[in-house]
Design a protein around this ligand. Sequence first.
Ligand code: UD1
Length: 421
Amino acid sequence: MEKILIDGGKPLVGEIETSGMKNAALPIIFGCVLVKGRCVIENLPEIDDVEVSFQILEDMGATIERIDRTTYAIDCTKVRGGSSSVQLVRKLRASYYLLGAEIGRYGKAYVGSPGGCDFGCRPIDQHIKGFEALGCTVRMDGNYVEAVAHKGLQGTNIFFDLVSVGATLNVMLAAVCAPGVTVIENAAREPHIVDLANFLNTCGGHISGAGTDTIKIKGVTELHGCTYAIIPDMIEAGTYMIAAAATGGHLKVTNVIPKHLESITSKLCEMGVTVTEGDDFVEVAMEGKKLTRTNVKTLPYPGFPTDMQPQMAVLMCLAEGISNMHESVFDNRFRYTEELARMGALIKVSGKMARIEGVKSLRPARVRAVDLRAGAAMVIAGLATEGTTEIDNIQLIERGYDDLVGKLTKCGADIRKEQVG
Ligand code: UD1
């Protein structure tokens, strides 16, 4: 077990290169199960969730070859459906993409129930609704989900009751090789939905409309191997943008698609941060300026991402006046506020709302990462606070941030990892 130690209070200055997007990489890695052939995937982030996904696939018979730090060749030709390890699957939320991928390839799936960050109840009823509409009978007990299309899959119309990233991706995986036409309505519009569609289309799929709320899938008989590069991680980029603002720094965040960051950029500008956009970078400048209060409501894309909520809350703690954070996507995503309170943050949570009263500065403390993005928020708080902040439970942060300590160190942060105890 390791912890992170930060001697904060130093502005972040320099350049950070964004890695590939975790939440695009995972469905694409599991999407390789649909392909008989070799897929070369580029711009993969070096994070624990990718490593666990590889372990799950290798365990099922896939061949995975490392080409360089961010490029891997994945060949699932010999994968055995229904053979994933329940222990490994429980380590990830994204392992539920195996359901869609196995259904798409074999017309049936048998996968352990997914794990992932604890934001309260995280049902998968919309995924199941989609699989059932495609012709599957789905059974769930506490440990496993089983789906079988006894009469084969058949394209159909699916209207989701709510906007779900996971359900949209999963049904795309299940339907890409289903005979006929599938139309998903009330689909999520996140950039990673477009990325999965582009990957599947590069493999010979026929998907249109990804990025809008209606996605049309013409089933193809099979998919072939390809070479595909994952898009940059907007949540990683946004995390560093907020870290720059919180430390009064000046940071160029490169390898981004600025359009994906618009909801974050516009909030930062509203709070008094200067953000300049280039073709594939954003530059955040905060030297000598004061942060002003704001209100944020998390929403599906293109709204403000729930995965940036804890990081933004730290910035609100450092802004003058009272800010309000409304979490509208998940039921229980404020557990980290108790950790920030140890650092002197003044946050009152009531249901899905947090009222955040700005303080002049936070104070160093020993805190823990309660989930992945909450852990990133603790890092930002530590970077912005004079004295030594200790963060425990950092394996949750390492699930999703590629070389966090190395990237921050290059920009002047005094941050290191140490063994606990
Ligand atoms: C994904 C991301 C997560 C991000 C979230 C929202 C991955 C591995 N995880 O999670 O980082 O925070 O999108 O951008 O990519 N819901 C249902 N029934 C369902 C599915 C979802 O009620 O069948 C609810 C959820 O409980 C939640 C909301 O819908 O309240 C949105 O969830 P969803 O978009 O599905 O998030 P995930 O795919 O789990």
